[in-house]
Design a protein around this ligand. Structure first.
Ligand code: FAD
Length: 512
């Protein structure tokens, strides 16, 4: 039973991770009253430590924390080093080698999420967001088919009712609030993996200048991530097939030792290391079933951001990018809606199409990356050959990203086209690595040869461009879709492409 009815807000944001704090801050920066509710008290643990340049040099700068992130002492990440594909030797790509990423901002950081997320949340508070920690949202309030608020249990155990013009759900992968609106979450069979992860001190580092890179190493049963969080601390995780999940019922230290022993490169890097056994990093954790997409990203009065909407395999460190990028897109739609409620559908369709497109680009790129030949001939890798996968694995995906390419055509019109395109790219990526005279050249080839690789970074470049524009002076962009909208001059709302950049009026309804 509700024990307290709180004063209405313009927007409620559920969750204070990167998606939620990004969205809340950008809405508060437009002068709206925003309440952010998180069930935890910060700083709190979260996985997802390897970032991409667009988050660090794009969205963090727009949020006003670019300098703070730079000064926080996070490990500099110039790119990724992979023991991946047929070659037994690791190869390295640097962000600087990509034509779309080259320049002074072609790097990112490896972050302890407790620190990174806390910086974003404290910034939200400074920008005027009413942040309430220890508050668990239990339900969405509806009036007809419209979401009009939430109920939550506050820190003192009281059930509170809070209403707002709009609700953003950014409660991460465990969030179930979509069910209330009959939104279905569809899991990808192809990427249905399980991860076991923990932390080590005194692990070996890659030779300079790549010591801060993420290292991903394929082995017979799957792959490892090895992320240097500081000179001492390393995050280490093994990704294995869901069919092997029963192994994780045994004691985790033994399972992890066996997996490490099966991957020579990780075994070598951890030979002199000691596992952390105390504090927030002192236990092994397991995550499973983590590639999925909701069949709708918004409904009247509510929008789903970050992992609450979709998530794709972590091998290319895309999670926090997708979370903060969707936070920016969602904030633009909420800000536009709060000024001009009549065009809700147009504003949130723009959000959904852009977010699905970005998710789809990473999804298909990652399918190609998994499709590269491995030298192991194992169950895990055989099952990840795109051509051998069941058509239904990709059917749902094609439905979900349908109609989201730049020309309003489906990204892929059929399963066969999807399979053909992803295997072709997998072969190209493999050739880029195989044909290169040395491991560093292999990574540069990998980054520069493939046009698809540049598609992956396209929005990343756009966001960094926006961040480096003088305040309020973002250059007009081309719309991504026919009938689509573009960011306003301050980057925080949508405007019609034929408006002057400084035109402040509402957009006309589609077709008018
Ligand atoms: P979260 O960070 O999960 O934040 C959600 C917040 O909502 C939490 O603070 C939670 O307390 C709160 N919350 C949840 N429910 C409620 C509720 N009912 N009421 C109130 N508050 C609520 N990404 C990368 O970029 N790089 C990586 O290297 C990487 N590695 C990964 C490895 C693995 C194994 C996995 C599974 C993911 C990885 N990710 C990585 C992805 C990354 O963890 C997520 O994409 C990212 O954290 C999503 O941010 P978010 O804000 O959507 O959600």
């Amino acid at each position: 039973m509700t024990e307290k009815i709180d004063q209405d807000a313009d927007a409620i944001v559920v969750g204070g991770g990167p998606a939620g704090s990004t969205a809340a801050t950008f809405v508060a920066m437009q002068g709206h009253k925003v309440v952010l509710l998180d069930r935890d008290h910060f700083p709190r643990y979260q996985i997802g430590e390897s970032l991409l340049p667009s988050t660090v040099h794009g969205i963090c700068v727009m949020l006003g924390v670019g300098e703070e992130i730079k000064q926080a002492g996070f490990m500099l990440k110039r790119g990724g080093t992979f023991r991946w594909g047929k070659s037994p030797d690791p190869w390295t790509f640097t962000f600087a080698a990509s034509p779309t990423l080259a320049g002074p901002t072609s790097n990112a950081f490896q972050v302890e999420r407790m620190k990174f997320d806390n910086i974003l949340l404290n910034n939200a508070k400074r920008k005027g967001v009413d942040v309430r920690e220890g508050c668990t949202v239990t339900d969405l309030l509806t009036d007809g088919d419209r979401v009009v608020g939430v109920t939550y249990d506050d820190d003192e155990g009281r059930r509170v009712e809070l209403r707002a013009s709009f609700v953003a759900v950014a409660g991460g992968n465990t969030s179930q609030l979509h069910r209330k609106l009959n939104i279905e979450r569809k899991f990808s069979e192809y990427f249905r993996n399980v991860a076991l992860f923990g932390y080590y001190e005194n692990g070996k580092r890659l030779p300079e200048p790549n010591a801060g890179n993420i290292l991903c190493a394929a082995f017979e049963d799957g792959w490892f991530w090895y992320i240097p969080l500081s000179d001492q601390l390393t995050s280490v995780g093994a990704v294995i097939a869901r069919e092997k999940a029963h192994l994780l019922q045994e004691d985790h230290p033994t399972v992890m030792s066996n997996l490490i022993a099966a991957c020579p490169m990780i075994a070598e890097y951890l030979a002199d290391a000691r596992r952390v056994t105390e504090g927030p990093y002192g236990r092994f954790r397991v995550r499973r079933d983590w590639s999925y997409s909701n069949d709708a990203f918004w409904k009247p009065g509510a929008v789903f951001l970050g992992d609450a909407a979709c998530f794709v395999d972590p091998v290319f460190s895309s999670g926090v990018h997708l979370a903060t990028y969707s936070g920016l897109l969602g904030a633009r739609s909420m800000n536009s809606y709060l000024r001009d409620p009549a065009n809700e559908t147009r504003y949130f369709n723009e959000f959904e199409r852009r977010y699905r497109r970005e998710f789809g680009v990473f999804y298909s790129f990652l399918a190609s990356f998994y499709d590269m030949e491995q030298d192991t001939g194992s169950y895990f890798w055989d099952a990840r050959k795109v051509t051998q996968s069941d058509a239904s694995d990709f059917e749902a995906f094609i439905d979900l990203v349908g109609g989201v390419s730049t020309s309003n055509e489906p990204l892929y019109s059929s399963i066969d086209e999807f399979k053909e395109s992803t295997t072709e790219l997998g072969t190209k990526l493999q050739a880029a690595v195989d044909d290169s005279p040395d491991p560093d050249a292999a990574g540069q080839e990998f980054m520069s040869r493939s046009a698809e690789m540049n598609t992956v970074w396209q929005e990343s470049r756009q966001v960094r461009r926006q961040a480096s524009a003088p305040p309020g002076r973002i250059r007009p962009e081309q719309p991504l879709f026919e009938d689509g909208l573009i960011p306003s001059a301050d980057g925080l709302r949508w405007t019609a492409p034929d408006r002057r950049p400084d035109d402040d009026s509402a957009v006309p309804a589609a077709g008018s």
